[in-house]
Design a protein around this ligand. Structure first.
Ligand code: GJV
Length: 408
């Protein structure tokens, strides 16, 4: 980092750091993922002249991405809310019994305490949670908030089910919302794949800060990400071993290409068999929905230490989440939605992250490491998940890491 030599050009554009960069020598400029830099000179392909908080220096162009012209684009809202304007995803969510029944049970189990309360249902979709509230309890009001065009149909569904006295539909983004007043309970089904994908949780937290009364209740009240090291023989066979001898031919040359194409991103909708767990799963990250801040979502870390409980092949990690609903009554029972392999299948299923190469492990081995969820600084609904691990902490086997973009 040195003082400015090239004068500030008039066509300076704003870029955002895609990952951390540590300067070597004082001609270069260090920055962190998410930092916004002003780039003054792009005449070389590789090194650009940039500015960050009054400091200048060369930065590698491949570490930067131009900030989108408008905010909308970064959230891909047209596409996102477009998808929720049709029935396909709502059918998938409504057909998911463990998911939908959990919300129903939570409302039923708290029906006495909900009497006279004001509830917000954020991202209500077809309004099922709002209708449960109106039918199973006697809230004073339910504000059903939905940004997509589905809201028009939801309004009609509320009438058809005779709940229009209690439920009011607001077709708006949570961020732009104006309500008649604050609410006692904020209920939402915002959880995405690996809990955070889509980052709808940001909208929930903004709504909480604006519209939840002091001491109000969040449903879910907390959410937890769980990891287990696992076997995945059939996935590995189909995607990697396949190239060993198809039709008696040697196609192993394609294996490195296959690894890039099939193993560099996580596999959604994986169904982990309990017997493919190599260890007892561990909760690695917990979000307390009352205290967590939007800025905390940028980077979430968790550690693990797995005791291998049976010998087998370590193909990767499987991840899922659970959501917890506190009772409105003191000491009342809390309820849980668990999307793991030991619970009934939900539409989220689990997410598989495969290692580049399988490792044979023995009972008693220890897999120590960490997971980091890094939100994409540009595409705000996306993230990357990095695993670091070491087996038996042996010096010769250094710490392995693998970063999975999801999806950008
Ligand atoms: N404001 C209003 N509605 C929203 C918002 C928002 N900021 N974000 C999402 N929705 N569990 N991963 C709506 C969206 O249109 C859809 O109907 C529902 O919330 C998503 C719920 C399921 N997604 C999830």
């Amino acid at each position: 980092m040195i003082e400015n030599e090239i004068s500030e050009s008039s066509d300076a554009k704003e870029y955002v750091g895609l990952s951390d960069f540590v300067a070597e020598g004082d001609e270069q400029l260090s920055f962190s993922v998410g930092d916004k830099l002003k780039v003054h000179d792009r005449s070389s392909d590789v090194w650009w002249w940039a500015e960050l908080q009054g400091r200048f220096g060369y930065v590698p162009s491949s570490f930067l991405h131009q900030t989108p012209e408008d905010e909308e684009d970064a959230w891909q809202d047209d596409e996102y809310f477009g998808n929720y304007g049709t029935l396909r995803l709502h059918l998938e969510m409504l057909s998911d019994k463990p998911r939908t029944e959990t919300y129903r049970r939570v409302i039923l189990g708290n029906s006495a305490a909900l009497r006279g309360k004001v509830v917000m249902d954020l991202g209500c979709g077809t309004g099922v949670i709002s209708l449960f509230c109106a039918r199973l309890a006697q809230p004073a009001a339910v504000y059903a908030v939905e940004a997509s065009s589905m809201a028009k149909h939801t309004e009609e569904l509320v009438r058809q089910n005779g709940c229009e006295e209690v439920v009011t539909v607001f077709q708006d983004r949570a961020e732009n919302l104006t309500l008649p007043g604050k609410v006692d309970v904020l209920v939402s089904e915002w959880m995405g794949n690996c809990l955070l994908f889509e980052y709808m949780v940001e909208s929930v937290l903004l709504a909480r800060d604006r519209w939840l009364k002091e001491g109000g209740v969040m449903w879910p009240s907390s959410a937890c990400l769980t990891v287990v090291p696992c076997q995945a023989f059939s996935d590995y066979r189909q995607k990697m071993e396949f190239w060993e001898k198809p039709y008696g031919l040697d196609f192993t040359y394609l294996q490195s290409l296959a690894q890039k194409e099939f193993l560099s991103q996580p596999k959604f909708s994986h169904l982990l068999l309990p017997e493919d767990c190599l260890s007892t799963p561990a909760d690695v990250i917990t979000l307390d929905m009352v205290t967590i801040q939007v800025s905390d979502l940028e980077r979430l870390n968790g550690g693990f230490s797995f005791n291998v409980e049976k010998s087998g092949v370590f193909h990767g990690f499987t991840v899922w989440f659970s959501a917890h609903f506190q009772s409105l009554e003191e000491d009342g029972p809390s309820q849980e939605l668990n999307t793991g392999p030991f619970s009934e299948i939900t539409h989220w299923k689990q997410t598989l992250f495969m290692l580049d190469a399988p490792v044979t492990v023995e009972e008693g081995d220890i897999i120590v490491g960490s997971i980091c969820l890094q939100r994409n600084p540009i595409w705000r609904r996306h993230l990357s998940i990095t695993f670091s691990w070491n087996i038996n902490s042996t010096e010769d086997k250094k710490v392995q890491t693998k970063c999975f973009p999801m999806w950008r």
